[in-house]
Write a protein that binds this ligand. Structure first.
Ligand code: SF4
Length: 344
């Protein structure tokens, strides 16, 4: 692997001072705010995370508030962001921070990494941005940037490549400006050195970048081939009894654990089969109408859903029968069901 260009900070930091976007977590920087924002941004776009972050901070402004909140409150604040294990881990980690560190996040990368939901990237980001330590935060954006700077021929999916870039970046951290250096690398990867269309003309590193000297800088990074996602057919039921809609809670473990959903089953059920299923649940169906198809994509799985809206004469206790206000405030419903929720 080619060496990273020397002294990246000298070119990056002056650029960052003028180009940095005004993001809520960059104001009033505290370890708690940095931590929550980094967890939120793990699988969420910045624009989508903004309003969630502000709502989360208004409701749970400190580690102590987060630790004391019921898990369902945390999940409700997370509703629609997906990857709910992030919210659960935040909540668990807050309890640990209260117990072991008196409510203050530890200023140590290894101790941060030991918290639930905190991996190398998040530990590096929090340690450098919140505590000024020389700890790189290497995510897909930073890997892409490094791969282009060096025209790296190896797949960035290879852990050894990632480790080598992390080590090379760690050696370049400028004393006293560690947080800004981490943020500048992220900012460049998110705004200029984009996956399909790097804007090399606007890049402060253009003169040092090997890919920019080629005709096709977007050919880097090299990636390994990905496994195709598994497709699962499901049938979703909007069961309605006297204006109330049935919800059920998912199991404690696995996909979307502990969240609430419209009753659904595996397979694509036609009208008759859907009526039979509603009957088996004890709903005494009086009629039904189709309510469309929807697709939801998880990391390794796609749900291809068919919906039926069923009028029920009975409201069996196996479900919770909710009104609109309860669904709005009380039950975290994942965005996988957004298409059906919008019908209500
Ligand atoms: S010069 Fe182009 S390819 Fe190189 S780091 Fe900058 S934006 Fe990315």
């Amino acid at each position: 692997m080619e060496k990273l260009p020397d002294n990246l900070a000298a070119a990056l930091l002056p650029w960052y001072e003028t180009a940095a976007r005004d993001l809520p977590w960059r104001r009033d920087v505290t370890p708690y705010r940095v931590w929550v924002s980094e967890i939120m941004l793990q699988q969420t776009r910045i624009e989508a995370a903004r309003s969630y972050f502000e709502r989360f901070m208004a409701a749970l402004p400190t580690v102590a508030h987060l630790a004391a909140a019921p898990e369902q409150t945390v999940l409700k604040l997370w509703e629609g962001l997906g990857y709910y294990s992030r919210a659960r881990n935040l909540h668990r980690a807050a309890g640990i921070i209260m117990e072991k560190y008196g409510g203050q996040l530890p200023a140590d990368e290894a101790l941060l990494r030991a918290l639930p939901g905190v991996g190398d990237y998040t530990a590096g980001a929090v340690a450098s941005i919140a505590f000024g330590l020389p700890t790189p935060a290497v995510d897909g954006n930073v890997l892409r940037l490094c791969a282009r700077l060096t025209c790296c021929p190896d797949s960035i999916g290879d852990g050894r490549v990632k480790a080598a870039f992390r080590q090379a970046l760690a050696e370049q951290y400028p004393p006293g400006r560690c947080g800004a250096f981490t943020s500048a690398l992220m900012e460049l990867g998110e705004t200029i050195c984009l996956p399909g269309t790097p804007d090399c003309g606007a890049c402060p590193l253009e003169k040092r970048c090997r890919a920019a000297r080629t005709e096709r800088p977007w050919d880097w990074p090299v990636t390994g081939s990905k496994k195709p996602r598994r497709i699962q057919q499901r049938t979703v039921f909007i069961l309605e009894h006297q204006g109330r809609i049935a919800l059920t809670q998912r199991p404690d473990k696995g996909l979307l654990a502990g969240l609430w959903e419209f009753p659904n089953t595996e397979g694509e059920l036609d009208e008759l089969a859907a009526l039979c299923q509603a009957d088996r649940w004890g709903c005494e169906p009086e009629g039904l109408e189709p309510c469309g198809r929807a697709v939801h994509i998880f990391t390794h799985l796609e749900w291809h859903m068919t919906g039926w809206r069923v009028r029920c004469a009975r409201a069996p206790e196996r479900f919770v029968w909710t009104d609109a206000a309860q669904r709005q405030t009380g039950y975290p419903i994942p965005s996988a069901f957004r298409a059906y929720r919008q019908l209500l």
